[in-house]
Design a protein around this ligand. Structure first.
Ligand SMILES: C[S@@+](CC[C@H](N)C(=O)[O-])C[C@H]1O[C@@H](n2cnc3c(N)ncnc32)[C@H](O)[C@@H]1O
Length: 244
């Protein structure tokens, strides 16, 4: 509960300048532009006609817009986020372009998705899993996926070194100070809390297997500095059965 409130407060503050801020951060930490980073998820995922796609923690709807740009016929996209003002910022841009009916929006918690079992062909999520309880997020993703549905996630990972409790503790303090200086206390708190959710590729594999996913593919993406936790691209498949 504490983490959700921190996230909502942080992203409400950030929403007006989110895309510029995140672009600066990704460039600084990894040498990726924000848009190129999300395009990597789109490139790693095969979208087919008439599919139903759910973007979890969609923010200002940049990822759904990139999926729409693929011009796959009949595709239906839903963007879900817990922070209303992030969705509102995204909606403003869609309206300005006259495409606001192209994406369904839901303001809700990814830990309790308001959809029936087996509703979507693909569930995607960019730069957000580190703000969530990953096992719970995966179990909800699996529940709402159709049998043989696909999961595609792109986010910061970690390494065994960064996973050591003492190193994690130091990283939490460093993250807090950095975001306090760059942004504000609410963002600093949300990012410091998020450090506990970071997963190594092996940790992701274990959580995905436990949640019942198969065909797991985890790729470490390029990163500017060896000492900063690397970005990961993660794809996996529902195991063909719902509600085991
Ligand atoms: C760094 S932003 C990423 C936004 C977007 N996916 C993108 O790539 O730009 C993290 C987003 O996760 C959302 N978020 C965090 N925890 C959430 C939860 N439990 N349920 C739904 N959204 C959540 C935040 O509100 C925020 O919009």
């Amino acid at each position: 509960m504490k983490e959700k409130k921190a996230v909502q407060e942080a992203f409400t503050e950030l929403s007006s300048h989110y895309e510029e801020a995140i672009d600066g951060e990704l460039n600084l930490f990894w040498g990726w532009s924000y848009h190129k980073f999300l395009e990597e998820l789109v490139n790693q995922t095969t979208f087919q006609k008439n599919q139903k796609i759910l973007d979890i923690a969609t923010g200002t709807l940049v990822l759904p817009r990139k999926i729409l740009e693929q011009k796959v016929p009949g595709i239906q996209i839903t963007g879900l986020d817990i922070t209303e003002s992030m969705l509102r910022q995204g909606q403003k841009k869609l309206k300005a372009e006259g495409i606001d009916s192209a994406i369904d929006l839901t303001c809700a918690d990814a830990m309790a998705l308001p959809y029936s079992d087996g509703s979507f062909d693909i569930v995607v999520s960019g730069l957000a899993s580190h703000h969530m309880n990953i096992p719970l997020m995966l179990s909800e993703m699996k529940r709402v996926l159709k049998p043989d549905g696909l999961l595609s996630v792109i986010d910061v990972g970690t390494s065994p070194f960064w996973d050591l409790p003492i190193v994690k503790g130091i990283a939490r303090v460093v993250a807090y100070i950095y975001f306090l200086m760059k942004e504000n206390p609410v963002r600093a708190w949300a990012e410091a809390l998020a450090m506990s959710n970071l997963r190594t590729p092996e940790g992701w594999e274990e959580d995905l297997q436990k949640a019942g996913f198969i065909g797991i593919r985890i790729v470490k993406l390029s990163s500017k500095y060896k000492w900063i936790p690397e970005p990961l691209s993660i794809q996996s498949q529902q195991n063909g059965r719902n509600n085991d």
